[in-house]
Design a protein around this ligand. Structure first.
Ligand SMILES: Cc1cc2nc3c(=O)[nH]c(=O)nc-3n(C[C@H](O)[C@H](O)[C@H](O)COP(=O)(O)OP(=O)(O)OC[C@H]3O[C@@H](n4cnc5c(N)ncnc54)[C@H](O)[C@@H]3O)c2cc1C
Length: 464
């Protein structure tokens, strides 16, 4: 059956349309999670929406499963092909149109690399404000399919906000052109939104019209040392009330900072050690005395006892050094030991109680599991990491983490949070969906999947 289908591909498409080379199967069959054994049947490289359509139609007729694949930087196994599926790579669909400076929009194909979009728009003073560490490899289609976030969500919101139109191909081969480049279009159900953040289970995104934003103006970066967790939230409220335009409000515990300093051989900007740290980036106020304004705000924070110590970067280089302490956490933790990671979200006004109660519970009931917590406090997103104690065998650590997870998810559910803030569900978090979605919601999602892909051939087994 499989070889007949590959023969068919040879007759229907150009010679370089697909590959079954062992190395290609390994590379294209997985994403960044690297925990699943890739086993795709083949990798196809369509060059146009029409070709995607013809290919999916053929797959549908022959009941062949397909996994849409972008830059494969996903962190939940969404682009993994481990069951003999055909991987549909968008990497030969990278066309980027002219920047429309009147409407501040840009058309592109889904395989365009996120960073190329930024470079393409920059000469016009514009950008697509979807920005994170994997931008050099991730694709626009992947960003949209995962509704990606990043450190600047507090300022710009998620990817969803920056997508005007989509061209999507359904598993049947049918092509939908959704919303064109309209900013306003109140004509019933906005079908475009169904394909944003649904990890390629409903259709393959082949083209998009992106909404652009003016390039961010100059910014200023503060790094604060705080007495405790309560101060993190008091300072956040003070920041919200300051009138400054906030680009990022990131928090890291003292344990996280120690690991980064050690791993990157950096020195702390402060003389002593403090319980919590916050990195705040604000857009520089448009006034001749911008620095004086920022410094006088800083003084009020000390006067009110909100912060124990603080630095305000005096140059772009200093700002970069402060960001390095936040951006280096993931890598530094990974270099230190074996991690058990979660990317969770809570309502901002319940984050404080959640962190306090869950960490107390962890400490009492799972001694030895030390939490390393950091994240985008400004949008309620925490990265929670448990590190394997040096002497604990891996199996024991895994078993303990599984037990501790049940407890973590129960707390998340209690505080009406989400088990996946920005990394999606894919394969990795499928078993956790029930903690964040009701049975009714999951049943409705299944009905939608059935409607768009009755044979269940597109990205099978993901999310649901
Ligand atoms: C170092 C690093 C840092 C990261 N930082 C962040 C961060 O700050 N915030 C964040 O949100 N994520 C982050 N990520 C995760 C990841 O980069 C994003 O989820 C990104 O949007 C995935 O894009 P991709 O092109 O690599 O998609 P892939 O990994 O290839 O695919 C992701 C999902 O989308 C589907 N898909 C891909 N292309 C299409 C398409 N054209 N049509 C339909 N479905 C498609 C796939 O089937 C899969 O389910 C990070 C990852 C790494 C490795």
């Amino acid at each position: 059956m499989a070889s007949t289908f590959l023969d068919l591909l040879k007759t229907e498409f150009s010679p370089h349309f697909f590959t079954t080379e062992a190395n290609d199967l390994q590379v294209y069959g997985k994403d960044w999670t690297k925990v699943y054994e890739p086993k795709p049947l083949a990798i196809v490289f369509p060059q146009s929406t029409a070709e995607v359509s013809a290919f999916l139609k053929l797959c549908s007729a022959h009941s062949i499963s397909v996994v849409p694949s972008g830059g494969r930087t996903g962190l939940s196994g969404g682009a993994v092909a481990a069951q003999g599926e055909v991987v549909l790579s968008l990497e030969k669909m990278r066309k980027i149109g002219e920047v429309d400076t009147l409407s501040q929009t840009l058309w592109c194909e889904a395989g365009a690399i996120t960073e190329s979009i930024h470079e393409h728009c920059e000469p016009h003073g514009l950008t697509w404000p979807v920005d994170f560490a994997s931008k050099g490899s991730s694709q626009v289609g992947g960003n949209i399919a995962t509704n990606a976030g990043g450190v600047k969500v507090i300022r710009y919101g998620l990817t969803r906000n920056w997508v005007l139109g989509l061209t999507v191909v359904l598993m049947s081969g049918e092509v939908l052109c959704l919303n064109g480049s309209l900013e306003k279009n109140n004509t019933g159900i906005d079908l475009r939104q169904l394909f944003i953040g649904t990890e390629g289970i409903l259709g393959v995104i082949t083209e998009a019209t992106l909404k652009l934003s003016p390039v961010q103006k100059e910014s200023d970066v503060f790094f604060f040392a705080l007495e405790n967790l309560t101060a993190v939230f008091d300072l956040f409220e003070a920041t919200r009330k300051s009138g400054f335009l906030v680009n990022a409000y990131e928090c890291l515990s003292s344990d996280c900072l120690s690991v980064v300093l050690q791993n990157r051989n950096l020195s702390s900007p402060f003389a002593g050690e403090h319980a919590q740290y916050v990195l705040l980036e604000v857009e520089r106020p448009e006034t001749d005395s911008a620095k004086a304004k920022l410094e006088s705000w800083l003084e009020t924070l000390f006067e009110r006892g909100l912060v124990q110590d603080a630095v305000l970067a005096q140059s772009p280089k200093e700002a970069q050094n402060l960001w390095a302490m936040r951006e280096g956490i993931s890598e530094s933790l990974a270099n230190k030991g074996l991690l058990h990671k979660h990317d969770i979200a809570l309502p901002i006004n319940r984050l404080h109680d959640f962190i306090q109660n869950w960490t107390r519970d962890l400490d009492q009931n799972y001694p030895g599991l030390k939490p390393y917590i950091f994240g985008h406090i400004g949008d309620g997103n925490l990265h929670v990491n448990l590190m394997k104690p040096e002497r604990m065998p891996v199996l024991e650590f895994r078993t303990l983490c599984s037990k501790a997870d049940e407890n973590l998810f129960a707390w998340i559910q209690k505080y009406e949070g989400s088990v996946s803030a920005e990394h999606g569900i894919g394969l990795l978090k499928k078993h956790l969906l029930r903690y964040s979605r009701t049975e009714k919601e999951i049943a409705l999602m299944k009905s939608m999947k059935q409607l768009f892909d009755p044979k269940g051939l597109l990205n099978p087994g993901k999310i649901l």
